[in-house]
Design a protein around this ligand. Structure first.
Ligand code: NAI
Ligand code: CS2
Length: 501
């Protein structure tokens, strides 16, 4: 350990000592920025409030070893920079004890999920991490290697020794870990913290589909009985704007602390966590850190996904098209602000039933103010990522409920037009689209034949060609709710002039 690098044994003065976990009670799949600035912060604060230090976190990162290489040299310790409009602060988090990279340590992760001292698995693997087909079912091809390992018995008791097949997917890793735990039968809670409607039920269905695909016969009975009797998949609504950390932010905090924290994460001051109170066994006292436990998360989740995330995506696409690199820049652009308010208050808000005690109009104004905070540095490009995975959860419900009520939501039409033009422009420029279905999207752009053949004006580049691109993109399977009428697609196409600039 070099003195200029943050470490559990080398703490800068002026900030509170981190929690020193005495056991690993949580395995977290997808230890990216958000987990470190949200669930791990709640866990740390709950440990400080209650003195219960048995909730150490083993983080798991599957796409790259970066976060492991950031935190392991620091003994798992990192800092959270809270970047407010008026002030900022730095908090030291010690609840993460280590980070595992399954490509090299699958056996360790499976053994930790199976360990009786582990009581909760949490996830933030992004919407695309759930290996879903457009119809929401499990994409078995995406988890094939794990299903084969499970069928071969390589995901069970063998977990603790070497020679375990590296996990190929988060869902696969989770199912193999639960299969290993089914041997002991000790109950466990699996808590997803990803931005999906009914996220706990989505995850449970996918886990069961994977188990049935891998172990369809009597050999799967122990696992299925374990899932039925000893595993719960509660839903949760999570909220804190946490952008990807920039080198400049690491430099800023190094100046403040006097040591380098490669694991730094940055968040806004606002944070909220609403959790379905359906646990199979022990859990941290997250309510001691401000979390809300409730029997029904749905009203909170719908309000957040539709009002915050739906507006976020509209600002991201319209802002990017208008040349704004940040969300703050986009939401303070008068034309975009007007469109954002139209979507938020005229389209989304009327489809909601307010959670108890929440004034939705006030909540909406607060969301717009949060977006305008320039200090988080949240970029339009980051929010614009993975549109095919986000749009159905953010605009899909607003569109379906509006149509059912006899309304065609103009804000949603504009947002979809902005998304389509974003895809078209990123494809034509060669920059490409950051989306798990990018190949499908890019193949649709410019592929449409202009009716009546080329008109000498540069075929696909004419308005007719752009409209054909839009219609082809909007027809992407799984993007819009089933039964969306052609009249609404026409409404999206009528927004072409307002998005092509
Ligand atoms: P991030 O990019 O920092 O981390 C994403 C994590 O997911 C990484 O550990 C990555 O390895 C893993 N991952 C990505 N694709 C995967 C795949 N196909 N299979 C398995 N693992 C995969 O992103 P961040 O900021 O941590 O956000 C993660 C998720 O947290 C979001 O997608 C969202 O669902 C939720 N969230 C994020 C918020 C934010 O402001 N960043 C706020 C509220 C929720
Ligand atoms: C954002 C979310 O990146 C995105 O798609 O809309 O990560 C957003 O920052 C969070 O949901 C806020 O809680």
């Amino acid at each position: 350990m070099t003195e200029d690098r943050l470490h559990r044994d080398h703490l800068p003065g002026g900030i509170d000592a981190p929690v020193m976990p005495t056991a690993v009670g949580i395995v977290h799949l997808g230890i990216g920025a958000f987990h470190r600035a949200h669930q791990a912060v709640y866990t740390e604060r709950a440990a400080i409030a209650t003195g219960d230090t048995t909730w150490g976190i083993l983080g798991v990162t599957q796409r790259s070893a970066t976060v492991r290489d950031q935190l392991r040299p620091q003994g798992g310790v990192y800092t959270v920079l809270t970047a407010g409009e008026q002030e900022s602060s730095v908090e030291l988090i010690g609840s993460v004890v280590d980070v595992a990279y399954p490509a090299e340590e699958t056996g360790r992760v499976l053994a930790t999920i199976a360990a009786p001292t582990t009581h909760v698995v949490t996830l933030t693997i992004t919407e695309k991490g759930y290996a879903r087909r457009p119809d929401g079912s499990l994409d078995a091809d995406a988890v094939r290697g794990d299903l084969e390992a499970l069928a071969a018995g390589a995901g069970g008791a063998a977990a603790a020794d070497g020679g375990v097949q590296p996990a190929a997917s988060a869902i696969g890793l989770l199912v193999r870990g639960l299969a290993a735990r089914a041997v002991s039968g000790v109950p466990i809670t699996v808590l997803t913290c990803d931005n999906m409607v009914d996220n706990g039920r989505v995850l449970e269905r996918l886990v069961r589909e994977a188990a049935d695909a891998a172990l369809p016969g009597p050999e799967g009975d122990v696992l299925r009985a374990f899932l039925d009797q000893s595993v719960t998949f509660p839903c949760s609504m999570v909220d804190r704007i946490v952008p990807a950390t920039t080198p400049e932010q690491r430099d800023q905090v190094e100046q403040t602390l006097g040591v380098r924290d490669e694991g730094l994460v940055v968040g806004e001051p606002f944070a909220q966590w609403v959790i379905e109170d359906r646990f199979a066994g022990p859990r941290p006292a997250w309510e001691a850190a401000g979390a809300t436990l409730t029997k029904d998360v749905a009203p909170f989740e719908q309000a957040k996904l539709r009002l915050l995330n739906g507006t976020h995506s509209l600002v991201a696409y319209a802002g990017w098209l208008a040349g704004h690199s940040t969300i703050a820049g986009g939401v303070t652009d008068p034309e975009i602000a007007e469109r954002a308010r139209q979507y938020l208050f005229d389209d989304a808000l009327p489809t909601l039933t307010a959670p108890e005690g929440l004034d939705l109009r006030q909540y909406g104004e607060q969301i717009l103010a949060r977006f305008a905070n320039p200090h988080t540095g949240h970029t339009t490009a980051q929010v614009a990522m993975d549109g095919t995975q986000k749009i159905p959860f953010r605009w899909g419900g607003v569109l379906a409920d509006s149509l059912a009520a006899g309304r065609e939501p103009e804000g949603v039409a504009f947002g979809l037009a902005a998304w389509a033009e974003f895809v078209r422009r990123r494809t034509r420029s060669g920059e490409g689209v950051d989306d798990p279905r990018a190949a499908e999207l890019e193949a649709l752009v410019g592929a449409a034949e202009v009716p009546g053949g080329s008109d000498g004006l540069g075929d696909v580049e004419g308005l007719a060609g752009i409209e054909e691109d839009f219609r082809a993109l909007l027809a992407l399977p799984g993007l819009l709710p089933p039964g969306t009428p052609e009249s609404f697609v026409d409404a999206v196409a009528s927004e072409i002039d307002s998005v092509i600039g």
